[in-house]
Design a protein around this ligand. Sequence first.
Ligand SMILES: [Zn+2]
Ligand SMILES: [Zn+2]
Length: 203
Amino acid sequence: MGLHSLNYAHLSMTFREDTVKLDLRPLLAGERLLTFDYELPLDIDPEDTSSFLYGVSFPSPMKVSGEITNTAGYMRMTLTMSVDYQAECARCLDSVTGCFTLDLEKTVAPKKLLENLDEDKLDDYAIIEDGFLDMDEPLREQIEMEFPVRFLCKDDCKGLCSKCGQNLNHGDCSCNKKEIDPRLAPLAKILEQMKQEENNKNK
Ligand SMILES: [Zn+2]
Ligand SMILES: [Zn+2]
């Protein structure tokens, strides 16, 4: 059970392991507002290479807060989610930390009302099943869509030297100084060959 804090302002919540389920029965019965505010670890296996979050870790739980309003049976959910992350710079592999936030807005409706809806239209909805709204699925989908696939430690990260692997943000390596003007490359090759032959003679 990974629930760190739960603050139910108006209504009770129930939850099963690692997901939060909001009890929407009072809204379905005519209540107008449900607010929620909770923390939950983003349960992601950092070793799962197929995950879109591969290589990213989350040192603290995500924070989710929002509300569901009920206007004559039309229910609308708005929420904000934020989570601290740690990832690798795509160029230099240094650690990158930051805070990811997203806003989510969905129409909330019971499953039986949505049965005849096209698959692609269903994306606009958060679905109530047996009076409860599972927060895991809509959040997970949105995180998947919005979470960056690539991180940079800074916009002008110089990356690693392709020859020696030195992190060029920490200073130039000696490979750089040997960089040859392409126009002189044929000459350099000849010089290299001469040196080689010289070496061979001396053996
Ligand atoms: Zn970098
Ligand atoms: Zn180098």
